[in-house]
Write a protein that binds this ligand. Structure first.
Ligand code: LLP
Length: 423
């Protein structure tokens, strides 16, 4: 479910025609829909229970407009760096609704988080526990934490985004969790509140999640029996979104309700506050990458459709063999269908968005939309090939705002410094 649709044959984001955005901002450009973000947040929150804490995973899309939209709905933030904490705060998400995850938080970042007074640090190793406790103690604080446990159950849409397996770097090992929990309970700078788990991303197999969640429940009960009752359980993110039309998953209220039901069943009778860290689910199909056809490169056996967006703007196809639907901005029902390899200008073959993709015939100058690009699109973009960082636009009804202007060449070139011996 999203708010990108054809009106009079032209693709719109809510009430705004994409052609108008291309004329105003140029291409390539990311376009986000407020109504879609809002809907996903509300539907998820409803599915997991209004009392649960929803910490939106900022890494999926940290655009200020996106964060402000979610902040207004009362969302919290799951962050993984000082930059993300700062961004969440700047967007109006209060420190009391921010959690800080990640395997490699530096001492400086932990100090920043403690001083900001964030809700919770999800601690992932014994070393981090020691560093954090010292930092908080020195400041006369006691930081609320949960222990992220590796449940030795991985899942996800691709090996590179599976995090819960025993071989993955995330969390403290299952066999060490109890000892570390007890240790944390006796440390002066931390207040241990419970456990966290996150087993991967783009997950449709709720049974893998269920198994992991049941393990967490078991651990909580074991700790409680030793006089260490947990009050929080953070169940992470990871719920998948459909990238392909006809994907065997009906993404909508039903599936999220099934997820919510599963969570309720697994946690029934546990007296804990639940937390969730959805990223892709909120932002994924709330965004598209609008790009213009530059050239048609006809070969004997294939036609390359060269567009002005590239892997530096959207790396998912190159990095994870990810599929993204491609929609023409002008619908031409009578146009012949052609198979195109949709490629960007970057000097490597992995700069390919789609292979042999059937699309209505296109010509240079035409606009196309690479769909479901709202999560891990702009947030993973780079300036590879010295290309300018792609701009971002947020649509609200009939209105749109440039929430990140296109980088300028002055900005791009201005970040480097000549070494003294060459200046
Ligand atoms: N919580 C933690 C601790 C995470 O590591 C992640 C994602 C999330 C929450 C949010 O997961 P989500 O709900 O979005 O699945 N760049 C990849 C995805 C990497 C996910 C990393 N961790 C992609 O484009 O598919």
């Amino acid at each position: 479910m999203h708010h990108f649709d054809y009106r009079n044959g032209l693709l719109h984001a809510e009430g705004v025609e994409l052609g108008a955005i291309a004329r105003a901002v140029g291409t390539p450009v990311y376009v986000y829909s407020s109504a879609t973000l809002e809907r996903h947040y509300r539907v998820f929150k409803e599915a997991v229970g209004e009392k649960s804490h929803v910490f939106y995973a900022v890494k999926a899309n940290g655009n200020l407009g996106v964060l402000m939209t979610l902040a207004k709905l009362g969302a919290g933030a799951d962050t993984v760096s000082e930059g993300e904490i700062r961004k969440a705060l700047a967007a109006g998400i209060p420190a009391g609704r921010i959690v800080f995850s990640g395997v490699g938080k530096s001492a400086e970042e932990l100090a920043f988080a403690v001083e900001a007074g964030i809700y919770q640090v999800n601690v992932e190793s014994e070393g981090e526990l020691e560093v954090l406790s010292n930092i908080a103690e020195q400041r006369g604080r006691r930081q609320a934490i949960v222990l992220r446990v590796n449940p030795e159950i991985g899942a996800g849409g691709h090996a590179k985004i599976t995090t819960g397996g025993a071989a993955n770097k995330f969390g403290v090992s299952w066999s060490e969790a109890e000892r570390l929990y007890i240790r944390a309970a006796n440390m002066p700078g931390v207040a241990i509140k419970g456990l966290a788990v996150h087993i991967g991303s783009q997950i449709f197999d709720f049974s893998a999640l269920e198994t992991a969640f049941r393990r967490m429940r078991g651990m909580i009960e074991k700790l409680a029996a030793q006089g260490l009752p947990a009050s929080r359980l953070d169940l992470g993110g990871g719920v998948g979104v459909p990238y392909e039309i006809g994907y065997p998953f009906s993404y909508g209220t039903d599936s999220l309700q099934a997820y919510g039901r599963m969570v309720r069943e697994v946690t029934a009778g546990l007296d804990v506050e639940l937390g969730f860290e959805p990223g892709r689910l909120i932002a994924g199909n709330a965004g598209l990458l609008l790009t213009r056809v530059l050239y048609l490169n006809e070969r004997a056996d294939r036609t390359f459709l060269v567009v002005d967006a590239a892997m530096n703007d959207l790396v998912r196809p190159a990095m994870y063999e990810a599929h993204h639907e491609i929609w023409p901005v002008t619908r031409k029902p009578d146009a012949p269908i052609r198979a195109y390899d949709v490629v960007g200008p970057i000097c490597e073959s992995s700069d390919t968005f789609a292979v042999e993709r059937e699309l209505p015939e296109l010509k240079p100058g035409d606009l196309i939309a690479i769909m479901t690009a709202g999560a891990y699109g702009a947030s993973m973009s780079s300036t590879y090939n010295q290309r300018l960082l792609v701009p971002e636009v947020l649509v609200k009804d009939q209105d749109f705002a440039v929430t990140r202007p296109r980088q300028t060449f002055e900005e791009l070139l201005g970040t480097d410094r000549a070494p003294g011996w060459l200046a």
